[in-house]
Design a protein around this ligand. Sequence first.
Ligand SMILES: [Zn+2]
Length: 80
Amino acid sequence: MKLFDKCPLCGGDVVEKEVDKLLKGNGNTAIVKVKAEVCLHCGERLYAPDVIAKFEDVRKRLKEGKIENFIEIGKSYQVA
Ligand SMILES: [Zn+2]
């Protein structure tokens, strides 16, 4: 089921894809694989409400350090 037939920003065609979403909290980063609808024209990603709720949950867990279920995949670096 598609959320959008056309991109709400530019009116471009939208396709469903699996994407990596980067979430940050408390200096830590988590990558979440989710389905998104991606605009072929401007690249805007559109998420379903349950996916957005999942992002909020992951951000909250990062902030509170409740990351027992998360898998460590390496360190993150910032390049100035
Ligand atoms: Zn667009």
